[in-house]
Ligand binder design. Structure first.
Ligand SMILES: *Cc1c(COP(=O)(O)O)cnc(C)c1O
Length: 418
């Protein structure tokens, strides 16, 4: 169970809206810091433990700065994310560059910043060497374990159908080639689950990687210095779900660490995670206003936001909890489809959801929108992306991204040639 509470009162929210009209995304700084502090604490037994924030979840420099202040690095998958790191001052091995199908200009920037390159494919060794002329002294290699007994989960799918990473043989071959080419520091990475709430599933990822690290030591005499367990720690989007217990996860990983790595003479392997979703997801809220009520074959509540602000429900059928502000304790005696304004029938935040009676002007807060929310925004139907706000511990609010304007939207058009 998890209680879907708001980090602000109705009065506070009205004061914020008076300054920043709806819709907007708002992030709870205290919640983010408290959650990450617990996560880092849980893994403090592991010397060199590092969390890299998967920037794609919430690519905002102010969010990255909050995390940087906690000693958290950045997991980047694109040039834009690397450029954000540069702006924030995240450099060197505080960046894990886990990309795929990567153009050289992106490798170039990553190398320029001193990032750790997490190799997605064996052919990229030659690709980087050819374009760059040399290789850095540190590499991480991404493993795709292929068919698993238990299979993957819904978002990432079956590993053998996933485009990421290399086969076991290719991983071994890559280490051999890299070593021959003078690379001296090695890491191993895998990510086979996404949005996973089951600790056993997450520990399974660790076991897969630990086993391979032992095989690499035995076959090649290479001791990996770090093992990156990817992201995939889930968010309890539904009230009846239970968030991942970091202590329990850490204990499961430590048991596997001792049983597999330490037992085989790998005593000093630093662990890493590249979590994104669970870092910001539960601490972001999409705040909207109910502007229309429509009664046809179903009852519809139309908001001033749409799937351009949060597309997870439309894209994955994801559940996002909804709070009607001020009606938290009212009976949920109405059933609504809660919609946006796009000319797409999947533009619905909730389908046949039991909610309190909604009146026009009610503030509608959509929970757990802090990851892949604003970040997945788009401009179809000419919808403008909203502002992003940061709620501080003392209740004050900073605008960390303004809302788009029509000048932004039409900025790539040259009307003078019409
Ligand atoms: C998306 C992604 C992550 C982050 O995953 P979460 O589910 O957000 O924790 C980490 N690493 C890679 C390579 C990714 O693609």
């Amino acid at each position: 169970m998890n209680e879907k509470k708001l980090p602000f009162t109705a009065e506070q929210l009205e004061a914020i809206i008076a300054e920043y009209p709806t819709p907007f995304h708002i992030y709870d700084e205290e919640g983010i810091v408290e959650n990450m502090t617990r996560f880092l604490e849980a893994f403090s037994w592991n010397q060199g433990f590092k969390q890299y924030f998967a920037v794609k979840a919430t690519p905002n420099p102010y969010i990255m700065r909050i995390l940087q202040n906690l000693g958290i690095g950045a997991d980047c998958s694109s040039l834009a994310e690397l450029l954000l790191c540069e702006k924030v001052g995240i450099t060197g091995h505080d960046i894990m560059f886990t990309s795929n199908d990567t153009p050289y200009e992106e490798f170039k920037k990553a190398l320029e910043l001193g990032a750790i390159i997490n190799l997605d494919d064996i052919t990229h060794i030659e690709y980087i060497e050819k374009h760059h002329g040399s290789l850095p002294d540190t590499f991480c290699v991404r493993y795709n374990p292929g068919s698993l007994k238990e299979g993957g989960n819904t978002i990432i799918g079956l590993p053998e159908e996933a485009k990421y990473g290399m086969t076991r043989d290719q991983v071994l071959e890559s280490f051999k080639i890299l070593k021959d080419k003078g690379v001296t520091h090695f890491g191993l990475h895998t990510m086979v689950v996404s949005n996973e709430l089951d600790v056993a599933g997450l520990v399974g990822t660790a076991e897969i990687c630990f086993d391979l690290a032992v095989e690499i030591k035995e076959k090649l005499g290479i001791e990996v210095e770090f093992i990156d367990l990817g992201g995939g720690v889930g968010v309890a989007y539904k009230p009846e779900q239970t968030p991942v217990d970091f202590e329990l996860l850490s204990k499961g990983v430590k048991d596997a660490y001792d049983r597999i790595l330490v037992a085989n003479g790998l005593n000093n392997v630093a662990l890493a995670y590249e979590c994104g979703r669970m870092v910001t997801g539960p601490f972001g809220y999409l705040v909207s206003t109910a502007i229309h009520k429509k009664d046809i074959y179903r009852q519809y509540i139309g908001l001033d936001s749409c799937m351009a602000n949060l597309m997870r429900p439309a894209l994955y059928g994801s559940y996002h909890h909804i709070t009607v502000v001020g009606k938290e304790n009212a009976p949920k005696d109405h059933v609504y489809d809660v919609t946006g304004s796009l000319c797409e029938n999947n533009d619905k935040f909730a389908i046949q959801r039991e909610l309190p009676k909604i009146d026009m002007g009610d503030r509608i807060v959509i929970h757990d929108a802090g990851a892949h929310g604003h970040a997945m925004g788009f401009n179809y139907n000419g919808k403008l992306r909203s502002a992003e706000l940061l709620l501080h511990k003392d209740g004050s609010v900073t605008q960390i991204r303004r809302a788009e304007t029509y000048d932004d939207l039409f900025g790539t058009l040259d009307f003078s040639n019409l």
